[in-house]
Design a protein around this ligand. Sequence first.
Ligand code: GDP
Length: 195
Amino acid sequence: MKVTKSEIVISAVKPAQYPEGDLPEIALAGRSNVGKSSFINRMINRKSLARISSKPGKTQTLNFYIINDVMYFVDVPGYGYAKVSKSEKETWGKMIETYFTGREQLKAVVLIVDLRHPPTNDDVMMYDFLKHYEIPVIVIATKADKIPKGKWQKHLKVVKETLDIEKGDIVVLFSSETGLGKEEAWKAIHTFTHI
Ligand code: GDP
């Protein structure tokens, strides 16, 4: 999709604040610092609409970005940041669970992992959570530019095995730095948004 328009509509913490209407939503999840903001910005051709955070784990809101007036990206706060307190983690968990399990407009979750390393326990938990609730998942293995091309397939295999990926789930090799995988990621998103 050629994105010509994108803007933040609301930073929400509860359902009453979610945007009205029935446009499809694609949520973006990943551990702090994995490259989620960079992914969003690359997908929508913006330098810094989604905040590229110097302080991981800071944003504790669901950020709704409207794209070409036809769909939303919903940026979910990153997980796995050690300095977040237990009560903050609980608040995060409730907010995410409420959104993921109750939002009809949510069509799929883009789960962003780092191609360089095996997915973390938190990544596996998030994947299992989404599977449990039968929410479609698109896995993005980002930062591909940081490892040699000859090792991509080996690393992809580790990602798939560690997540115990279900047959048929899409895993996209990605780089926000080079734009690798951008078209494939949009194609995957379109299969769920039907736009
Ligand atoms: P977030 O916390 O998940 O939103 O992560 P950011 O998008 O802020 O990225 C964290 C750091 O990784 C930043 O320094 C980015 O410039 C860097 N980064 C993100 N994606 C890529 C990528 O595909 N390639 C490279 N080389 N660096 C990346």
